[in-house]
Ligand binder design. Structure first.
Ligand code: GLU
Length: 388
């Protein structure tokens, strides 16, 4: 069968593929330490589940508006005003099938063939593929340890051409865990305004911060940058709702309407009763978010302590999200070789950095239980020592 060129150029999602492989190995009885997908291991908080169950019992099981339940759109707009100082109303919000679909819809609504989208590397692996699927051209800007894996304003300015439409900012970042400081965000905003491009700020990890890290939403830094900003967010990471598939996009009304048209012809509304769970998540106490954050913080510390004792690995403490991005170049292996052999010989699942545009690194997600973390690091230690 001759498939469309647009799909032939796109590889399958490696995070999903390795996570599925690790789960399949576990189902075969193999004790796998799974550091692959960024999926919190906690159960969704009981009050969120109860709200969705109630919605099912109340008959909220039918089609709804493509852009989302009005009550949820309002609740998201309120959250963006209160938490992020962004002046949105319900009209500026579309509820999507996870954060992923919010970005995918955005690309379809915005990108014309040949339009360029600036993506700092290391990047979340789906960004470039979404751009390509929409007919656009990803402009990858390499960052490294010297700038703390952050794109600098100069790099952003020099990567911008007359074809540049959009810049993807992700702070806290997947896969590096880097959080841009308010000053750094301000400096990037200045370039976005000067170059007259748009910025989409992927804020899915905004609640998962450590030590003194602070999350600042780029759109909150003034009226000019606000009109050039689009926000992508979701419920998966902060509320442990990965399988619910509820996310959102916030931005100028015209753009949001366009994404609703796309959604109206593709997936229609997000599962109606799942949206009632999301309303409960926003409108109830946020203690559950903080409890999970504290658990991630403890795991992060354990990992940092034990990784620093393994020779040959380079790893900076992440400021946010739940990933360790580890330089494995001293082993002389490519990231694929490293991760394949680690999984085959030690049953430790990790993601090769090549998927994120950094072949000398691997990514460990610590959204997994402490026992697996401790066992997994022992095995990693053994593996690395045998390869140095
Ligand atoms: N975003 C998570 C990750 O990077 C989940 C898998 C995916 O959507 O890629 O692991």
């Amino acid at each position: 069968m001759k498939l469309a060129a647009r799909v032939v150029q796109v590889p399958p999602s490696m995070t999903l593929a390795i996570a599925a492989k690790a789960k399949a190995m576990r189902a075969e009885g193999i004790e796998v330490c799974n550091f692959s997908a960024g999926e919190p291991d906690f159960d969704t908080p009981a009050h969120i589940k109860a709200a969705a169950k109630r919605a099912v019992d109340e008959g909220k099981t039918r089609y709804g508006p493509a852009a989302g339940e009005p009550k949820l759109r309002k609740a998201i707009a309120r959250k963006l005003q209160t938490d992020n100082n962004l002046d949105y109303t319900a009209e500026n919000i579309i509820v999507t099938n996870g954060g992923k679909q919010s970005l995918f819809n955005l690309m379809l609504a915005l990108i014309e063939p040949g339009d360029e989208v600036i993506i700092p590397a290391p990047y979340w692996l789906s960004y470039p593929e979404m751009v390509k699927l929409a007919g656009g051209v990803p402009t990858i800007v390499q960052t490294d340890a010297a700038t703390g894996y952050k794109i600098t304003p100069d790099q952003l300015a020099s990567a911008t051409t007359h074809r540049t439409k959009l810049f993807i900012l992700n702070s806290p970042s997947n896969p590096t865990g880097v959080v841009y400081t308010p000053n750094e965000i301000q400096a990037l905003a200045k370039v976005v305004i000067e170059k007259d491009i748009l910025v989409v700020s992927d804020e899915i990890y905004e609640k998962i911060l450590y030590d003194s890290a602070k999350h600042v939403s780029i759109g909150s830094l003034g009226p000019e940058i606000f009109t050039q900003t689009i926000i992508s967010g979701g419920f998966a990471k902060a509320y442990s709702m990965t399988g619910w598939r509820v996310g959102y996009l916030a931005g100028p009304t015209e753009l949001i309407k366009a994404t609703a048209t796309i959604q109206g012809h593709s997936t229609s509304n997000v599962c109606t009763f799942a949206q009632y769970g999301a309303i409960a998540a926003l409108e109830s106490s946020q203690d559950c978010v903080e409890q999970m954050r504290q658990a991630f913080a403890e795991r992060r510390q354990v990992l940092l302590d034990s990784l620093s004792a393994i020779p040959g690995l380079g790893c900076a403490p992440p400021d946010g999200a739940f990933y360790m991005f580890i330089n494995v170049s001293k082993t002389g292996m490519t990231s694929l070789e490293f991760c394949d052999e680690l999984l085959e010989t030690q049953h430790v699942a990790t993601i090769p950095g090549i998927a994120f545009g950094a072949d000398d690194h691997i990514r460990l997600s610590y959204a997994t239980d402490m026992t697996s973390i401790k066992k997994g690091v022992e095995r990693l230690d053994k593996f690395v020592r045998s390869r140095l």
